[in-house]
Design a binder for this molecule. Structure first.
Ligand SMILES: C[S@@+](CC[C@H](N)C(=O)[O-])C[C@H]1O[C@@H](n2cnc3c(N)ncnc32)[C@H](O)[C@@H]1O
Length: 211
């Protein structure tokens, strides 16, 4: 159980268009609870959540502190200079859609051949730039069930025990990631699951511990 703590407050995002979501607080509180040093983030977007890792590293300085953050392309330009413990890696998507075809020039050039093997290839690329055992992963990427399951497979291949998922609120079961979490992951005997149910606010997150 992780104690409720408010570092960032309401992120502005809403669950089911009405409930404020506190995923940044859940991420920071999880980092403070688990105290990882080598971390992985799947889903960089504009380095917003990467900054939470950097804030945590700044407050808990250790030479090994490192976040590998990966995305299929960079939305917001380059990595902010102050994120000195953060390394960006461009990876392959697990699936394809119209959006990817329209933004093909920003993706890895051979993505249309490689996405079928994305789990194996992305895992290998992460291992190449990170020689240490990864202690913790934050998955906030493509919220389709198939993609979430592929990201979990990457974490399994990397032997990562603690994983925080975003976009799994029980109030938003229209999202495939929520459905997949509540109907498949929670019912499986692979993970011990914690839903932040002791918190007075909605985090939209779940912490998995691989048994
Ligand atoms: C919700 S955003 C991430 C937000 C970010 N974590 C934050 O809180 O600031 C989801 C991101 O996942 C990326 N994405 C989609 N498929 C991916 C994949 N297979 N691997 C890594 N990132 C992926 C998208 O391009 C998008 O930038």
């Amino acid at each position: 159980m992780i104690e409720e703590q408010h570092f960032y407050g309401d992120t502005g995002g809403k669950i089911a268009n009405r409930i404020p979501k506190y995923y940044k607080d859940a991420l920071r509180a999880t980092l403070e609870h688990l105290k990882p040093t080598t971390c992985l983030e799947i889903g960089t977007h504009c380095f917003g959540s990467a900054q939470i890792f950097q804030d945590y590293f700044n407050d808990n300085p250790k030479p090994e502190n490192c976040l590998i953050t990966c995305d299929i392309f960079l939305w917001g330009g380059t990595k902010p200079e102050e994120q000195k413990n953060v390394e960006y890696l461009q990876v392959y998507p697990h699936f394809h859609d119209k959006y990817m075809f329209e933004h093909s020039t920003k993706m890895l050039p051979d993505w249309q051949e490689k996405f079928v093997d994305s789990v194996k290839i992305n895992t290998r690329m992460i291992k190449t730039i990170c020689k240490n055992q990864i202690d913790f992963a934050f998955i906030d990427a493509d919220h389709r069930a198939i993609c979430l399951s592929q990201d979990l497979e990457i974490c399994k291949l990397l032997n990562i025990k603690n994983i925080l998922l975003e976009d799994v609120s029980k109030y938003e079961l229209v999202h495939e990631s929520s459905q997949y979490y509540h109907e498949v992951i929670k019912r499986s005997e692979v993970y011990k699951c914690y839903d932040f149910d002791n918190w007075s606010v909605e985090t939209n997150c779940a912490l998995l511990e691989r048994i």
